[in-house]
Design a protein around this ligand. Structure first.
Ligand SMILES: [Fe+2]
Ligand SMILES: [Fe+2]
Length: 276
């Protein structure tokens, strides 16, 4: 299916955006009701409702970054190979930087932003907003499936912000996207190695399949409710490019192809879902 927003919301300039590719920064708003105007550059100039939405989106973003550090941490010195331990340390450092980046955007919102940052830094395991970030990585296969699916959803969310109408957020995207790419490639390679090499690497194909069945529904939930009013407003404000259901459909299509290559099966899209 096409992920292009409806024509009324999507000026032709948007078509020059390449997903995941390098894009020259642009100064004007590319889609939504203010398309063609200059991007918003400071928190003060954001219209009230849009300001609330940016804060909400950044709080969720930062929460996922800090949560995944807590999830990965036990594997820093127990991942199966030295290379895997090194990549775990890279992922933890990247997620810390992403959390910092989201908090820097929140800081621009003064006392309100700082209150949210203080709350975020107090959150412990099990207290996070999204279910996928409250689950422990009990086995190495959890690390593989989480980074393959959950980080991939993260990339879809970041791509949705690419060249968005809030300049400070748009400018944070290229580096975050390139770092996230490492995480999801790593996740897929962990699953592939479990299938191909089994116990010689770590675990079994059966274990990898169990992890896919466990994490895929949580990843699908992360896109949020279909026909959500918030996602419609985010497009109208030029903050996000796609509705929740458009991004989710695209993700499903992508991971179907990847799992076929690796020799694993996805459960049906409505299996074990909590957010529809
Ligand atoms: Fe991240
Ligand atoms: Fe990540």
């Amino acid at each position: 299916m096409s992920l292009s927003p409806e024509p009324a919301k999507s000026p032709p300039a948007l078509k020059s955006l390449k997903e995941g590719g390098t894009v020259e920064p642009v100064r004007e708003i590319l889609w939504g009701s203010a398309a063609g105007a200059r991007k918003y550059e400071t928190a003060e100039e954001l219209p009230g409702d849009m300001r609330k939405l940016v804060v909400k989106l950044m709080v969720v973003q930062a929460d996922t970054e800090f949560a995944s550090i807590q999830q990965h941490r036990p594997w820093l010195d127990s991942a199966p190979t030295l290379e895997d331990r090194w990549i775990e340390s890279r992922i933890i450092a990247d997620e810390a930087r992403h959390g910092l980046q989201a908090c820097r955007i929140l800081r621009d919102f003064g006392e309100e932003g700082q209150r949210y940052i203080d709350e975020l830094l107090r959150k412990r395991e099990g207290e996070h907003k999204l279910d996928a970030f409250n689950m422990k990585f009990d086995r190495w296969s959890d690390v593989g499936a989480f980074t393959c699916f959950v980080d991939r959803v993260g990339v879809y969310q970041l791509r949705a912000f690419q060249e968005c109408s809030y300049g400070p957020l748009a400018r944070a995207m290229p580096l975050m996207l390139s770092e996230e790419q490492l995480h999801l490639n790593f996740g897929l390679s962990v699953l592939r190695r479990m299938v191909q090499d089994g116990p010689q690497y770590c675990g079994t194909k059966h274990e990898a399949q169990e992890a896919v069945t466990k994490w895929y529904p949580r990843a699908l939930d992360m896109f949020g409710h279909s026909h959500s009013e918030t996602s419609r407003r985010a497009i109208e404000y030029g903050l996000k490019r796609w509705t929740n259901e458009e991004a989710r459909d695209r993700f499903v299509h992508e991971v179907q192809g990847l799992m076929t290559q690796v020799g694993l099966e996805l459960p049906p899209v409505d299996f074990d879902r909590r957010v529809l």
